[in-house]
Design a protein around this ligand. Structure first.
Ligand SMILES: C[S@@+](CC[C@H](N)C(=O)[O-])C[C@H]1O[C@@H](n2cnc3c(N)ncnc32)[C@H](O)[C@@H]1O
Length: 217
């Protein structure tokens, strides 16, 4: 399958079932594979610590997991697909038991998957006593379908990232205008948290190499 065909596909969708004529902005990468630039994880780790092990349950090619390991964390990395890293063929949404105390990931977004990931991560960390950190499209925080769940279970802190581009399949050549318009935040949940959500600004610039800066432009 070529990259352009892959970009048309929904997870589990064969090329013969592709939607003809969809504008480039509506195409999603297969399995929602948009790897996280290392600087986004490094920025998170400059601001937050996690006690105990971490499960990266949608690890892709290990973009987040590698940074966590480099910072000394004991990481279990799984994914539903095989992107050449971690343990493939593990569907987080049908997992029955937690595989780490904390959960840190950039989840798949389309088709309501991010909401399901947040729910599942909160369920598991309620059992382990760990924390959840999810890289989310900041616009997704402002939506009638999520308002209630954020009010019922507010994050302890939200970090607005100044610069972060998650390219389809990690390939800048596949970026659409829409890809470049996304803005991201790390959203952190602590089960012991009560009260307001702290909102902070976090820069990826100190953690971004010159080559990565070039790719983002
Ligand atoms: C936005 S990418 C992020 C990858 C990686 N977390 C990172 O930050 O670089 C989303 C990932 O979710 C995986 N994925 C999609 N649905 C999944 C599911 N139900 N269970 C586990 N992984 C899933 C995809 O294969 C893809 O690697």
């Amino acid at each position: 399958m070529t990259l352009s065909l892959l970009l048309h596909s929904k997870p589990g969708t064969s090329p013969s079932r592709l939607r003809a004529g969809a504008p480039p902005e509506n195409r999603r990468a297969p399995f929602e594979f948009y790897p996280t630039p290392p600087a986004a994880t490094r920025a998170l780790l400059s601001a937050e610590r996690f006690e105990g092990s971490i499960w990266e349950p949608a690890c892709g090619n290990g973009a987040i997991a590698r940074e966590l390991i480099a910072s000394g964390y004991d990481v279990t990395a799984t994914d539903i697909a095989d992107w050449g890293y971690g343990t493939p063929h593990c569907d987080f949404l049908s997992a029955e038991a937690p595989r780490g105390r904390n959960i840190v990931t950039n989840p798949p977004y389309g088709y309501g998957l991010a909401d399901a990931f947040v729910r599942q991560a909160l369920r598991f960390t309620a059992q382990t006593g760990g924390r959840v950190a999810m890289l989310m499209n900041i616009a997704s925080l402002c939506h009638p379908s999520r308002h209630g769940s954020f009010v019922r279970k507010p994050p302890s802190v939200i970090y607005a990232l100044d610069e972060c581009v998650c390219f389809p399949l990690g390939d800048p050549a596949l970026a659409s205008r829409y890809t470049l318009q996304h803005r991201y935040a790390w959203v952190i949940w602590d089960h012991g948290h009560a009260g307001d959500t702290a909102f902070r600004w976090l820069s990826t610039a100190p953690f971004t190499t010159a080559q990565q800066k070039g790719e983002q432009q």
